[in-house]
Design a protein around this ligand. Structure first.
Ligand code: DC
Length: 220
């Protein structure tokens, strides 16, 4: 079984996917973490974020491993023997610098193919979260969800996790929505959930209810 949970930035996808996966007793897979890790490596190496061949060379030289743990995914730079020991990139992949650069990296078709190959190599069952899980990557998924919330609601949630100026955070989210738009359309058979008036437990409950409902119904 594959369940996909897509949605806009800071709509709570990871927390919801984690909660749903734990309820079902299966792992969840954060596709955004792979885009973030690729961006982090590029920033650290001083690589131009639009230079696809250079980025793919970086990813080839320093293999990343996504660990789809139920309580939270980790992304690890695997050890290249003498060069460096294994390094957990998860925390460093969630900085504002990575937030600002990741959309440029995620726009590159070559990087998307690389991420999608990593994801398709994983063995189901799992809950996959991202932007295009239900459309491009796992169109065969048994159940698909798409999370929405207004920019203000998402900015309020984000400043609780990572303190910052609310107006600036909201503007950055709107800018990232625009940059990520191409790959962020809901699948035709996805159930849309407006999370604006729901807390985390409420969204998880809506997804679990939706697992037993026909597709294309609005659960908000
Ligand atoms: O979900 P997130 O905020 O961690 O994702 C980080 C970025 O990666 C986001 O700006 C868009 C991109 N992304 C994507 O293009 N496709 C995905 N399936 C997941 C993330």
């Amino acid at each position: 079984m594959i369940v996909t949970i897509d949605g806009v930035a800071a709509s709570g996808k990871s927390s919801v996917a984690s909660g749903v996966a734990r309820h079902l007793g299966i792992p969840y897979v954060s596709s955004g973490l792979l885009y973030r890790a690729a961006t982090l490596l590029a920033l650290e190496a001083g690589t131009d974020l639009s230079d696809a061949p250079a980025l793919l060379a970086l990813l080839g030289a320093a293999p990343l491993r996504l660990e789809p743990l139920p309580e939270g995914n980790r992304v690890v730079l695997t050890s290249t023997a003498a060069l460096h020991p294994e390094r957990d990139l998860t925390a460093d992949a969630h900085t504002s610098a990575v937030d600002a650069g990741v959309s440029a990296v995620a726009q590159l078709p070559e990087v998307r193919e690389w991420v999608n190959a990593q994801l398709r190599a994983l063995t189901p069952p799992f809950v996959a979260e991202g932007r295009d899980m239900g459309t491009a990557v796992f169109p065969q998924a048994q159940a698909k969800f798409f999370l929405m919330a207004s920019p203000r609601v998402r900015a309020l949630r984000r400043v609780k996790e990572r303190p910052g100026d609310l107006a600036e955070v909201e503007a950055a989210l709107v800018a990232r929505d625009a940059k990520d738009k191409a790959q962020s359309a809901p699948a035709a058979d996805a159930q849309i959930i407006d999370t604006g008036t729901l807390d985390l437990a409420g969204v998880i409950a809506a997804v679990l209810r939706g697992l037993h409902q026909p597709a294309s119904s609005d659960l908000s």
